[in-house]
Write a protein that binds this ligand. Structure first.
Ligand SMILES: C=CC1=C(C)c2cc3[nH]c(cc4nc(cc5[nH]c(cc1n2)c(C)c5CCC(=O)O)C(CCC(=O)O)=C4C)c(C)c3C=C
Ligand SMILES: [Fe+2]
Length: 416
């Protein structure tokens, strides 16, 4: 049988696919044709939608204020060289590859029979699916290249927080690449090709995938839920509000070096959730832990997800509606410190030591100033957040993400 014939959807297959297996079931010919049509339509091309394409070049890097795509890979690389020139060449190659892949094109020359194809091929024919790349450098990057004088003073490893249970295999790194897309294969292909281009110059230190509910399963675009079942992202600052982004996210003061201007600091925390314990806690405890209702996402005592969150509001007995040690009460504080959260859920299968799931939140936040934003927030949470009973931080990293890249330029230009 030819491949073409093998791939054909037969009427019999179509019937199986639509669940019509019973002998003697009467179905009119037109019914069968219509059903078969539906199945064969499954293989017909989708229209190419230009909105699926997010250009790599621009004022800021993509993947920061970009509405979170369905999938992400966060990869942390370590340098295998101390040569600035080799890193500069790599950054130029990565820039070109990221720009090409973001347009849904293949990289390099892949039709020379005597050489391995330049592109690994698994995204051939696929749309870009809002593929974005976000690049940054960690504190150790500056030491390894002996350019310590260029390291921004606040780009250093985070302090130890109470309860931290950090593992070296999930910590730090010299370079970060965040790859996001609405298709996991497209995202993986993007990262895999950067890994390949970097071989011999950089190697992976750690890599974490992330997911959220796909936009296809929630076309209304409501706030995604985390693995604890709660809407997560409700009180994020609005990425479309330029003033808010300038105030809380983009680095842009007078002393900012050009390579960092319009960039942002990325904090990543791999936070394991003890889902088994959480699943045994009562709904009442769960809601008190977050300070919001599970179903609606509304602050406790309110009906609407976006109702004002008043941490001082009391019930008729004089008790706080939202417990003072709940996650949102502590994270909101006086409401002045804001970070842009862009976290994803992760699952890494079974922890064979404990027989429990290794699942949680790959917490990612972008901020203008780590010392004024993330650190004071996490200090408060680590001390007394009710959520601490159910989570453990086992990975931590900080990176300075470059400003946007202009066509003809490359990531990190001006730094190396
Ligand atoms: C240091 C910063 C934060 C860490 C670490 C963190 C971990 C974490 N959060 C959730 C789930 C939710 N967080 C929510 C709100 C919220 N969280 C932070 C900061 C950190 N969270 C902030 C700044 C806020 C907003 C507070 C506010 O101003 O109201 C919520 C409520 C819904 C929402 O607003 O997004 C949830 C749910 C988990 C599961 C987690 C670690 C595993
Ligand atoms: Fe949170």
């Amino acid at each position: 049988m030819s491949n073409l014939e093998k791939n054909k959807v037969t009427r019999r297959d179509a019937l199986k696919l639509i669940g019509v297996g019973g002998a003697g079931l009467l179905i009119g010919a037109t019914g069968i044709e219509a059903a078969t049509d539906k199945v064969t339509n499954f293989f017909t091309p989708n229209k190419v939608d230009a909105s699926e394409l997010l250009p790599f070049y621009g004022e800021h890097q993509q993947g920061i204020t970009t509405p979170a795509q369905d999938f992400m890979y966060l990869a942390s690389f370590q340098l295998e060289t101390t040569s600035k020139n080799e890193i500069k060449t790599l950054f130029k190659k990565w820039t070109e590859a990221a720009a090409t892949l973001s347009e849904g094109k293949e990289i390099g020359d892949s039709d020379v029979l005597s050489s391995p194809p330049a592109d690994t091929g698994e995204a051939i024919g696929l749309q870009p699916m809002k593929l974005t790349f976000t690049f940054g450098v960690g504190p150790s990057f500056f030491d390894k290249l002996s350019i310590q004088s260029k390291r921004p003073s606040q780009l250093k490893d985070l302090p130890h927080f109470p309860g931290d249970d950090l593992r070296e295999e999930w910590n730090g790194g010299d370079i970060a690449v965040q790859v996001c897309a609405n298709d996991q294969q497209v995202a993986f292909h993007g990262l895999r090709n950067l890994i390949r281009i970097g071989r011999g110059i950089v190697s992976l230190k750690w890599m974490q995938h992330g997911f959220q509910r796909s936009q296809g399963s929630d076309p209304s675009g409501s706030t995604p839920r985390n693995l604890m079942g709660f809407k997560d992202g409700t009180a994020n600052p609005n990425p479309k509000d330029k003033d808010e982004m300038n105030k809380h996210v983009w680095i842009q003061n007078d002393n900012t070096p050009t390579w960092l201007a319009g960039g942002s600091y990325l904090v990543a925390r791999r936070i394991r959730i003890r889902v088994e314990e959480w699943d045994r806690s009562t709904l009442n405890d769960q809601e008190a832990t977050f300070g919001r209702h599970r179903q609606s996402g509304a602050p406790l005592g309110e009906k609407d997800e976006f109702a004002e969150l008043n941490v001082k509001k009391k019930d008729s007995n004089g008790n706080l509606m939202i417990p003072a040690d709940s996650h949102v009460a502590l994270a909101r504080g006086n409401g002045k410190v804001k970070i842009l959260r862009r976290s994803y859920s992760y699952t890494d299968g079974l922890d064979i030591q404990t027989g429990k799931l290794d699942a949680g939140l790959l917490f990612v936040s972008f901020q203008q100033d780590i010392e004024k934003q993330f650190i004071p927030l996490q200090e408060k949470l680590a001390k007394m957040d009710l959520l601490n009973e159910y989570i453990e931080h086992n990975g931590s990293a900080v990176f300075a993400c470059f400003g946007g890249v202009k066509k003809g330029s490359y990531i990190g230009e001006g730094l190396i």
